[in-house]
Design a binder for this molecule. Structure first.
Ligand SMILES: Nc1nc2c(ncn2[C@@H]2O[C@H](COP(=O)(O)O[C@H]3[C@@H](O)[C@H](n4cnc5c(=O)[nH]c(N)nc54)O[C@@H]3COP(=O)(O)O)[C@@H](O)[C@H]2O)c(=O)[nH]1
Length: 810
């Protein structure tokens, strides 16, 4: 049976209290509630009595109520606790319950703590938010009350310093975390804040308890009392290590950009006119503009008259397409001076991929360009005269052909070679030679039109291109002008110099398949002009071309002959008139070509001279002739000399003397049985040196004969210096000697002169008994000619030597 409490026992306090009272049985059923209970929860007492207290308690706290009730029933003391109650209007109220057991009933005093709970919740949330802020921003708070002088740190400040949350340092502890470099500053700032209320906000370096060096931003503010005294210093400490690193990196980047030798500019892509927002020092140096002048302007102020519109177009296109671009553009400095700008532009995108800026990296490559231009100029021009060289000539030639073809014009190619330039260069020196070449270049340029080309082809060779002739004959007047102009005297250091030129001309209508062929043709024609007596001009013809082709094929055949040893030596006897004896033979080369038959030396010796093939040929002749001579002189037929023709090129070659020595040694021939036949050609290039070589040959004991005497320039002044033994009078004087008293007079003169000089005279080309008889009467002693014997192979010679024909004597 449930015990009941009579109404009369309820005291005034129960009825009038603002606190909630209720009485429960041991099962938790409501026995009594006071008016405050009814009023707060909206239930009239009759609706609660006999019902479980759980009717008003929030579902979430039922278990708690039951547990507390069980404790009470078990006789345990239950401390006040909080539960949530629901009113009839579903409003939630927090109640602080203080239960006690007495006389088999539970007496509950409940106090409404909803407001306090809200405040506590609010506080908790705020603390949580602070913790979140602290954890995410690595920031914590602290304060120092002036009367205490000891800092109080938030948990976050503790964590920043690497100590457990709740650590409360002394002032010295706190300062001890700062590095030696930071300590004086934090002390000074803190003291200023405490003493004079000066707030601070600075970065310091500290070392955490776990020895990590980190950067912190410390903000300190003074709190004043009503009289203005500083009563507390409070603030925050934030771990800014990461941002400090970023800041340093940014500073490094900024310094790098600033110290870059390349000009750097950044423009704002967000504004229509792409204004400059940044330029570095190198940009200022390169352009001459300072950053204040250029900020906000579009870069087009760097462009000018000679800026290539195509480069500008390329830039605009890339900017519109927001892509990278590289151009080399002609820009202008503030002074107006142009420069070559090697410019890279790249778009700069934000995190969302949007282009916010363009960055330009520029490099002044004017010097490099100039150097390249100089190199290109040098590669295409002759250093001495400044004229186009062969490389540029080839380009101009091709272009000239194109022009001639397109506009149906004619192109003339003139090959100009200076006559007798080498002697001037050798005798007067290279300085004079250079002067002539430069002067010739000037004169040539003055004689042609600006669109014609004058090029230096080589040593003393020039090529002139006239690509725009209406008529092929128009070239004639240019050639005449040039010949006359080049032949006019050159004045050098007060002295007069004269030189002429030989010119070869090739014409084309531009349809030639291989333009450089025109130069070869003009070159060929020039050679013909030289042969025609120099200071003249010669046109290229197909006939000339045919001859050249023949020369090329002969040259190849000659090479083959050298390699296959196709040559033979024939020997022509040389007679002593008074005794009728064969005193010597002349070795004459023969080329029995397998297909063409005998090719006479006159057809290939000149070519071999030009190509250098004369050297192996001459070596072979000398070697063979000396061996044969040795053989002949061992036959017991008396003394027989061997005359060998020496080509000028062979003679002038270094080591010629050594070759003679070697051949004599190898063949065993006595030196005075060898006679070298030289023409005046050996004296042509360097007479002094030639004479020296001749003297050394003579010192060996070898004889020397001057061949073809009378056909060259036959300088008598040289003759007296030549260490020769014999003069061979050319056969051209012999042919008509009987009828032509001039020829007879020449022979008389040469014989007399030679006699006075102690030289022997051999007359060549004696073909008849009359000539022999006549020349004998003229005191000629030595003879050679068809009358006595034609050149013959060794075998025939041996037979001839054994039984020479009886000479018809006068
Ligand atoms: N560097 C070398 N030159 C050589 C060599 N062998 C020959 N030659 C030179 O070739 C030219 C032509 O020589 P070749 O055809 O052999 O003519 C020689 C004689 O056959 C010819 N001769 C001799 N007697 C008469 C004659 O009575 N009438 C006549 N019409 N011709 C005759 O003269 C040539 C010899 O001349 P030269 O040398 O001046 O004594 C010629 O220039 C040769 O020099 C060689 O090995 N190396």
């Amino acid at each position: 049976m449930t015990p009941s409490i009579p109404h009369g026992q309820l005291d005034q306090f129960f009825l009038l209290s603002h606190d909630l009272f209720c009485c429960l049985d041991l099962k938790g059923q409501v026995l009594q509630v006071n008016p405050a209970f009814e009023s707060l929860l909206g239930y009239p007492a009759r609706e609660l009595l006999g019902k479980s207290a759980g009717k008003v308690i929030d579902q979430r706290d039922h278990a708690l109520i039951e547990a507390k009730l069980a404790c009470l029933v078990a006789g345990e003391k239950v401390a006040p606790f909080e539960v949530r109650a629901r009113s009839t209007s579903k409003a939630l109220h927090w109640l602080e319950i203080d239960p006690s057991l007495s006389e088999g009933m539970v007496y509950v005093v409940a106090r409404v703590v909803t407001k306090r709970k809200h405040v506590e919740d609010q506080l908790r949330r705020t603390q949580q938010l602070f913790r979140i802020v602290g954890e995410t921003a690595l920031i914590g708070g602290w304060y120092v009350d002036m009367d205490e002088g000891r800092p109080t740190w938030s948990d976050e400040v503790c964590l920043i310093h690497g100590v457990e949350p709740g650590f409360q340092p002394t002032f010295e502890d706190a300062v001890g975390f700062y590095t030696a470099a930071s300590q004086p500053r934090i002390k000074a700032r803190f003291a200023a804040c405490c003493e004079r209320g000066v707030d601070f906000d600075e970065a310091f370096e500290i070392v955490t308890r776990d020895h990590r060096p980190i950067w912190v931003r410390v903000i300190g503010k003074a709190v004043h009392d009503s009289e203005g005294n500083v009563i507390r210093v409070q603030g925050s400490t934030q771990d800014i290590t990461a941002s400090k690193a970023t800041e340093r990196q940014l500073q490094l980047l900024e310094r790098s950009v600033e110290s870059s030798t390349n000009g750097i500019l950044i423009v704002d892509a967000g504004s229509a006119d792409l204004p400059i927002v940044y330029v570095n020092t190198a940009f200022e140096r390169i352009t001459g503009y300072n950053r204040q002048e250029v900020k906000g302007r579009n870069c087009r102020f760097l462009q000018g008259e000679e800026t290539d519109p195509n480069a500008v177009k390329q830039l605009r296109k890339a900017i519109a397409a927001q892509t990278e671009v590289h151009v080399v553009i002609r820009n202008y400095r503030r002074s107006g001076a142009p420069f070559w700008n090697d410019l890279y532009i790249s778009p700069v995108r934000d995190e969302s991929g949007q282009v916010t800026h363009f960055i330009g990296v520029q490099n002044d490559i004017s010097e490099q360009r100039e150097y390249q231009a100089q190199l290109a100029y040098n590669a295409n021009h002759d250093a001495l005269t400044g004229l186009p060289n062969r490389a540029l000539l080839t380009q101009r030639l091709e272009h000239g052909c194109l022009v001639a073809r397109r506009y149906r014009r004619h192109m003339a190619v003139m090959f100009i070679d200076l006559d007798e330039f080498k002697p001037i260069n050798d005798t007067l020196g290279h300085e004079v030679g250079d002067f002539i070449l430069v002067e010739v270049a000037k004169r040539l340029e003055e004689e042609v039109r600006p669109w014609d080309t004058v090029a230096r082809f080589g040593g003393d060779e020039f090529v002139v291109l006239l690509p725009d002739l209406a008529d092929p004959n128009d070239v004639i007047q240019v050639v005449e002008r040039i010949l006359t102009r080049l032949a006019t005297p050159y004045w050098h250091q007060g002295g007069e110099l004269r030189i002429t030129a030989s010119i070869g001309v090739a014409m084309s209508d531009g349809t030639v398949s291989d333009p450089p062929q025109l130069i070869q043709q003009a070159d060929l024609a020039m050679f013909k002009a030289k042969r025609r007596g120099r200071n003249t001009c010669q046109w290229y013809t197909e006939d000339l071309n045919r001859k050249v082709s023949e020369r090329v094929s002969l040259r190849n055949a000659l090479q083959h002959a050298i390699e296959q040893q196709q040559f033979e030596l024939h020997f022509q006897p040389q007679m002593h008139g008074p005794s009728g004896r064969v005193v010597g033979v002349e070795a004459l080369i023969r080329w029995p070509h397998p297909e063409r038959g005998f090719i006479p030396p006159g057809d290939f010796i000149g070519l071999a001279e030009d190509t250098g093939q004369i050297i192996p040929i001459s070596d072979w002749v000398l070697d063979t002739a000396c061996r044969v001579a040795k053989q002949l002189n061992e036959l017991g037929l008396g003394r027989i000399t061997m005359a060998v023709n020496v080509s000028p090129m062979h003679f002038q070659r270094p080591g010629f003397l050594e070759t003679i020595e070697r051949v004599l040694e190898e063949s065993g021939l006595a030196p005075d049985l060898l006679e070298l036949e030289l023409t005046e050609g050996v004296l042509m290039d360097s007479a002094e040196q030639a004479i020296q070589t001749l003297q050394r040959i003579r010192q060996l004991g070898v004889h020397i004969a001057l061949d073809d005497f009378g056909t060259g320039f036959s300088s008598l002044s040289y003759l007296k210096h030549l260490p020769i033994n014999r003069i061979k009078i050319d056969r051209s004087f012999v042919r008509d000697v009987i009828t032509d008293h001039y020829d007879a007079a020449i022979i008389d003169g040469v014989v007399a002169m030679a006699g006075k000089m102690g030289l022997e005279v051999l007359v060549e080309g004696v073909e008849t008994a009359e000539q022999f008889a006549y020349l004998t009467k003229r005191h000629c002693d030595y003879f050679q000619g068809y009358y006595f014997a034609r050149p013959m192979p060794l075998k025939a010679l041996l037979a001839f030597l054994v039984a020479p024909p009886a000479l018809m004597t006068p």
